[in-house]
Design a protein around this ligand. Structure first.
Ligand code: ZN
Length: 146
């Protein structure tokens, strides 16, 4: 389908050039740092969780367009969501990246702009770039109260 790849490239570049929710959150916000040494990507995730909801999320770091745009889209996708929804989204994204088998319960989870990253799955070395923010988010989630 010509055109779709261009659209996806446009979405990825837009998030790379104008990253959403960049910055930091003060403690007691959860904070996790992730590295992808293969590409030199670094992602920091700050997470403010209250009453089982993601109140706020900020990301910092640097790296390639795939890693940074994935982080930017992730912040938009998880902000204001319940922890349950966030975990389902993490699973859905990892299954799109062929890291996990898709659980049917998550099949309906909407990826939105994140679908722009589905082409990455064809380039195994870039999958680590795309999932870095999500792995870092998962680590930050473990620091929040259950
Ligand atoms: Zn990368």
């Amino acid at each position: 389908m010509p055109g779709l790849e261009d659209l996806y490239r446009e979405i990825i570049l837009d998030h790379y050039r104008t990253p959403r929710n960049r910055g930091e959150l003060a403690p007691p916000a959860a904070h996790a740092v992730g590295h992808n040494p293969l590409c030199g990507d670094e992602i920091e995730v700050y997470l403010d969780v209250a009453d089982g909801m993601v109140n706020d999320i900020k990301v910092g770091g640097q790296g390639c367009s795939i890693s940074q745009s994935s982080a930017s889209m992730m912040t938009q996708a998880v902000k204001g969501k319940s922890l349950e929804e966030v975990r389902a989204l993490v699973h859905r994204f990892r299954s799109m990246m062929s890291i996990e088998e898709l659980d049917e319960s998550a099949a309906e989870v909407k990826l939105g702009d994140l679908e722009a990253l589905q082409g990455v799955v064809k380039f195994p070395v870039r999958i680590k770039c795309a999932v870095l923010a999500w792995n870092t988010l998962t680590e930050a989630l473990t620091q929040t109260a259950p």
